[in-house]
Design a protein around this ligand. Sequence first.
Ligand SMILES: [Zn+2]
Length: 467
Amino acid sequence: MNNAVPEHWAPSASAPVAAGHIGWLLALPAAIALWFVPGRMSASVSRSTWAVTVFVHMASLWTAASLLAATVMLSTQQGLIDHLHATDLQPLDLLRIPSATLVSGLFMATENSGDIYAALGVILAIHGVTWLLGFLLMPFIAAGERGRRLYFRSVKLVLWSTTCLVPPAALVLLAHLADLDNLLDEVGLGPGFTKFAFVIAALAWWTNVVLRLGTRYAGPPEGPGWEPNVPRCNGCGYALTGLPLDGRCPECNHAVHASLPQTRQSPSWTQATRWSARPRAYIRTARAILRERDFFRTLAVYEAPQAATRFAICTCFVAGLVGALGSIPILVGEIRSYWVHEMVFSFGLTFVTIALALSLLCFVGLALMALRACRLGQLDPRPTTVATCYASVLLLGTMLLVTLCQWAAHVVSYLHLFPGSVYIRGWGPLPHQVIFGMVISLLPLAALIWGLVRLRRALTDVRYASA
Ligand SMILES: [Zn+2]
């Protein structure tokens, strides 16, 4: 019987880690530790009770809102500040003022029913976003548990991660106290743009924390990951149990040995644990994805899901950088009027912010793709998510073409290469430049469609993966 396919392969999920839950006493220290070591906190955070989770969430929202209220109060010089005599302030008062400002602000808001509705709207929006983010996060943190359990764990992690609102809110207050706005004005950075850059950076940090929070599973070993793993044909899903190893699938004639767990290997990216080794490993893996037709047919999809997520994040960063390169002609035109030392600051920060914003956008797009690929809870999300993460490299072609098209359009308009226009009945005159822009924008569109076709094939190749 050694030469026949066995009844089951080893379970696809690893054993859950042992972790204690976080009680009331440790809730606040844990919420702070989470900013620094989210990966290490992940198991105990997901084991904490809903009461503790909601308490940490509410406390974080309250603290962040208080700090922002204090900033608003200081900048408008209204409200409590008139009643405070700076000389009488004790250190404890300084801690109390933000909360007191928020309470008085809310109290003043009750005089106007419109403000109450606005406040209620904000609270509802925050909660709607929490439940939605829990949904988006699901594919990346799945450990093999059932969909329902996965969703609630995901929401719990998002609730815990709202503690990440506190440091940015504190920074906003500190920046105001240090009079950073004037300083930034001097180096040529408008306050509006700096705020945008700050929000983007905070979002990037939060994404990192919340993804790391999902890295360890400490729940019960129940769900598709621990159920008997029936050997299936990678081509059509036919159950292969009992067939000879050197035989072929009776349904689709696919070789049986091509569906064995040992044919699936992790890509070289997963072995690169040191930071210095990662760029080379990334390029090698990206090249394998683009060149080797059977990359996804031989990809191990259960072994290192977090490495796949890291790969996708790297791709999003590269895509963001490539996309930001497209904005350089516009940026150069904008900042020509500034002094040189202002230019360097403004240019650098604008470029980094655009790159980071595009990276975040790419990652959200990827999360939606991953959700679509696992058909919203019908399938175990792990194989399709890992495939989507590695297939993310196909996005780079589209991004590169978008950037090249922007540069080409800029060169064409700068050199007046296509003067004149063509008259189209019903539309009026259409400048040649616009027609040129429309024609070349078909290139990134074609690249996107090619990427989607490849992704679809990749998802088919991992659907019945055994390892
Ligand atoms: Zn088959």
